[in-house]
Ligand binder design. Structure first.
Ligand code: FEO
Ligand code: CA
Ligand code: CA
Length: 665
């Protein structure tokens, strides 16, 4: 087991434990994209004040060409002010082990790590790690979340979420024998992946309960078979000793954000897969995907040879991760799919937009400093309806299509109300490689290298990228990038305007002529995050006070035209717990950001789901008390057995990542 780094905060306001386990210390290593070095200005950038823009000239012409029509949206103000009414909370001090909601609201965990999903699931008992038990229980570190109602009365639903990573130091006691150690490692594999869980309640607006033994209940782990589909399925680059056809991969892990499709499946991004492998640094793609030959943080190579890619038999195993996976939660027997047509990167997630004519587009970010923003345009159109034929057709939509990467141009203004245009550069065209020197399979398996070759714009870590299905505008959440503009690194530019960007920003994209498959777009900066009043912050033009926010990560929309933002890291200057924030996108209050809830000490707010018409907000609370140890835990979320109190039978004296529902009292 590799030594964990010293506790404390790293560059990005994240705990050192999170950095080690979640992203294999990406911050402390050189960014794998060296194609954009040395420093150069990839985007036309001019420091212009708003006054200069208003005074006319070229800049005004540029501004006037933007179809970004905030003035026309005043009528939307009342709509935007609608949705869930609440009194915002103040930021919560980062030492506080509490889940904080607005006055008049309550919070309840729906399901927690270790909760039994099946009739035959053993009871949760972290003192005895068991892979068999864990595979029948809710997994660890829930991230992407959706609550999909399945009946008209709103009394039945499916909870779908992924389990991104694990933290054995606080999950289980230290192993004392080689057998115990091997069982811990197998248990960690079983704690990764996905869960599908049936929910029920008596009537709308009430708290959900999960159904133990529900027909749809399912666990997908790091060992569940996935089918490759798309043009690279069967490629030599995907073949291993265990899968000589290159068509079936075992498991998914590092699954971060995701999206639910209009046809009812769930997409999830395989993000920091590199940290699970020992690899040959000289192998194709190793350097660009951050694969090294150091012992992995997880140590799975000790129990499963495929995680040692320095061995010829498994040299291609890392090539089998980094995809968008699609899971059909309505069919517990279905084989989940890895979509090679959507490229391979540190996929944060994918979110689908369907135009009126059925055109299907998925937006995707590659969450690494100086990596890129992508979109996938499906070859075939969406078919409406629930017929068997329509379902079968729609389940193949992401198997064929073309992949594009974004190149931005733009104007940088003094107040960071930046705006500009952009281009989607094809990496594939009509199902063939569009990149000189790359075969189609190489474009899809070494996508980062193909995007380097076409000089895409290096971004400040694109996390969630999600279209607002009401307006079609696409919100690109850039969580942070402390290397931006530093020595030898890409300079600031209009879409990434801050040197050593610690607090992140959100870009708003409008596709040309409103079409999702456009190859050109316009954009502006919606938020440039940070402490209230801090220089360089920008809140959609709103000039009143806002809640301080940093490291925006996952987003969701409500029925009233508001954006909800969950965070992964808060301003180091004030040191607050992560939270969930609401901000109107339209009207007079555009940019007026307020805080709705805060998660406990050392936790990240994930997977927000906003059912405002039902009076509910859901979040996945990830890595609470992450810096603790088995013997000295830092959080008791969500059960809060009082420290020092005599534990009752079955009381767990440590944190359990959990899905929480917030409702009115
Ligand atoms: Fe798992 Fe990109 O955060
Ligand atoms: Ca994320
Ligand atoms: Ca994150």
């Amino acid at each position: 087991m590799r030594n964990l780094p010293m506790f404390g905060l790293t560059h990005g306001n994240r705990s050192a434990v999170t950095c080690d386990l979640k992203c294999d210390n990406a911050c402390s290593r050189p960014a794998p994209n060296t194609s954009c070095e040395p420093t150069f200005q990839s985007v036309a950038s001019a420091a212009l004040s708003r006054r200069a823009l208003l005074a006319g000239g070229g800049a005004l012409a540029a501004a006037a060409a933007m179809p970004i029509v905030h003035a026309q949206e005043a009528e939307a103000s009342s709509r935007a002010a609608g949705g869930l009414k609440f009194t915002p909370i103040a930021s919560v001090d980062s030492t506080k082990d509490a889940f904080t909601v607005p006055k008049g609201f309550r919070w309840d965990p729906i399901i927690r790590w270790g909760d039994p999903l099946f009739k035959n699931s053993p009871a949760f008992d972290p003192t005895k790690p068991s892979a068999k038990a864990q595979a029948l229980q809710f997994g660890y570190n829930n991230d992407y979340l959706d609550i999909i109602e399945t009946n008209r009365g709103g009394t039945e639903a499916l909870l779908v979420c992924n389990h991104e990573y694990t933290n054995r130091a606080i999950m289980f006691p230290p192993a004392t024998t080689a057998d115990e150690e091997a069982e811990v490692l197998r248990t960690l594999k079983a704690a990764h992946g996905f869960a599908v869980v049936e929910l029920e309640r008596r009537r709308r607006g009430e708290k959900w309960s999960y159904v133990r033994g529900g027909y749809h209940n399912r666990r997908i782990t790091a060992d569940t078979p996935f089918a490759f589909d798309g043009p690279a399925a069967g490629s030599d680059l995907l073949k291993t000793k265990a899968d000589p056809e290159g068509r079936v991969a075992l498991g998914t892990f590092g699954n971060c954000s995701g999206g639910t499709t209009p046809w009812g499946t769930v997409l999830s991004g395989e993000e920091n897969f590199n940290g699970y492998f020992v690899a040959d640094p000289a192998a194709r793609g190793s350097k660009r995907y951050g694969l090294t030959n150091a012992a992995s943080s997880y140590g799975w190579e000790k129990i499963d040879p495929r995680f040692d890619a320095t061995q010829a038999d498994y040299a291609h195993e890392p090539n089998r991760f980094g995809y968008i996976v699609e899971i059909d939660p309505t069919d517990p027997k279905s084989t989940p799919v890895k979509h090679t047509a959507m490229g391979r990167m540190k996929h944060e997630g994918a979110n689908v937009r369907v135009d009126d004519d059925g055109t299907v587009v998925a937006y995707m970010g590659d969450d690494e400093k100086f990596d890129y923003l992508y979109k996938f345009v499906a070859k075939n159109k969406y078919r409406k309806g629930d017929s068997r034929a329509a379902r079968k057709h729609n389940l193949k939509l992401l198997s064929e299509g073309d992949l594009y990467v974004a190149k931005f141009s733009g104007v940088q203004r003094e107040d960071n109300a930046n705006l500009g245009t952009g281009e989607w550069i094809p990496l594939t065209k009509n199902g063939k490689s569009a990149v000189a020197g790359f075969t189609l399979e190489e474009v899809l398996i070494f996508t980062r290298e193909a995007a380097d070759a076409v000089k895409a714009t290096p971004m400040d870590r694109c996390e969630d990228v999600q279209p607002d299905l009401k307006t079609g505008r696409v919100y690109v959440v850039c969580t942070n990038n402390d290397a931006r503009g530093t020595a030898g690194k890409p300079a600031t530019d209009a879409p990434n305007p801050r040197t050593a960007n610690k607090n992140g920003h959100i870009i708003e994209i409008t596709e040309r002529r409103g079409r999702a498959d456009a190859t050109k777009f316009e954009w502006d900066l919606f938020l440039v995050c940070g402490d209230n009043g801090q220089a360089g912050t920008y809140f959609g033009g709103w000039e009143g006070p806002v809640a301080p926010i940093s490291c925006p990560d996952n987003i969701a929309f409500d029925s009233a035209g508001n954006l909800w933002i969950s965070t992964d890291g808060q301003p180091s200057s004030i040191k607050k717990n992560d939270g969930l924030f609401k901000v109107p996108l339209h009207g007079r209050e555009r940019g007026h950001l307020v805080q709705f809830l805060a998660v406990p000490v050392q936790a990240e707010t994930c997977g927000p789901v906003i059912h405002d018409q039902d009076g509910s907000v859901f979040v996945a609370v990830q890595h609470p008390g992450e810096e603790g140890t088995w013997a000295a835990q830092n959080s008791y979320f969500p059960d809060y057995v009082a420290a020092g109190a005599k534990p009752g039978k079955g009381d767990w004296r440590g944190p359990r990542p959990a899905v929480v529902q917030v409702t009115r009292r």
